[in-house]
Design a protein around this ligand. Structure first.
Ligand SMILES: Nc1nc2c(ncn2[C@@H]2O[C@H](COP(=O)(O)OP(=O)(O)O)[C@@H](O)[C@H]2O)c(=O)[nH]1
Ligand SMILES: [Mg+2]
Length: 219
């Protein structure tokens, strides 16, 4: 495996947006997190940043209706000189919320579509799905839609602590087959125990360009 190891050493809330004019006005690279309501997006962001209250975790689905931007500080120790890179983790509203009316669903799509189309800085979309369930139509629709937009996709199977080892292996195989994914494009995650945290951070960093542009700095 790669010897260069990244970590995330800081995370802070930057802004919430409901329209394009409210997106941060800078050229910082973005990684979006998308998935059904309650899949564990906020918990995953808190786990990555190691800050419990950064993104609001809720047991009742459908709370987050804004696009939330968080600045994450990644750091890699390279000889004596640490390399730092800031990117935005972007928490998108959940889809597939059962109580959402057809009208709301359309509104959601337009809202997210606008973000996906308008952001020049979006480098990766992490699509989260709950490992306990089989892929749902809304997940497959979302995956196809992201593919059609030409966005790089990393699938994260959340809440892997809820299954035993053999069930994790069979669900992982089911997801790989359903979406036609190799091991580089899917991983399991447990936010409560931070399982695979460094693996996920290092994978995310392969989609970004530390050392280029205004977002990097050497100490
Ligand atoms: N056991 C377990 N529960 C989790 C995990 N991640 C999230 N949850 C729980 O799932 C629920 C929804 O989480 P949340 O992060 O708010 O989901 P979001 O709606 O996608 O942002 C909460 O009750 C979390 O505590 C995990 O890795 N393991
Ligand atoms: Mg959330």
């Amino acid at each position: 495996m790669a010897t260069t190891q990244w970590d995330i050493v800081g995370g802070e809330y930057i802004a919430s947006a409901v329209k394009a004019t409210q997106y941060p006005e800078d050229t910082i690279e973005e990684v979006a997190f998308i998935g059904r309501s309650n899949v564990g997006k906020s918990s995953l962001l808190n786990s990555l940043a190691r800050r419990k209250g950064l993104a609001r975790v809720s047991s009742s689905p459908g709370k987050t209706q804004t696009i939330n931007f968080y600045a994450f500080q990644a750091k890699r120790n390279e000889e004596n000189q640490p390399l730092r890179h800031t990117f935005y983790a972007v928490d998108l509203p959940g889809y597939g919320f059962a109580r959402t009316s057809k009208g709301n669903k359309n509104e959601w799509s337009a809202f997210i579509c606008k973000y996906m189309e308008n952001s020049r800085d979006l480098k990766l979309v992490c699509l989260l799905m709950d490992i306990r369930h089989a892929p749902m139509d809304s997940d497959i629709d979302c995956y196809q839609w992201l593919l059609a937009l030409g966005l790089p996709i990393l699938v994260i199977l959340t809440k892997s602590d809820k299954l035993n080892k053999s069930a994790v292996i069979s669900q992982l195989a089911l997801y790989k087959k359903t979406f036609g994914l190799d091991d580089d494009h899917i991983l399991t995650y447990t936010s409560t125990a931070h399982t695979n945290r460094r693996d996920l951070i290092n994978r995310i960093m392969t989609y970004l360009e530390p050392g280029k542009g205004s977002a990097q700095a050497r100490e």
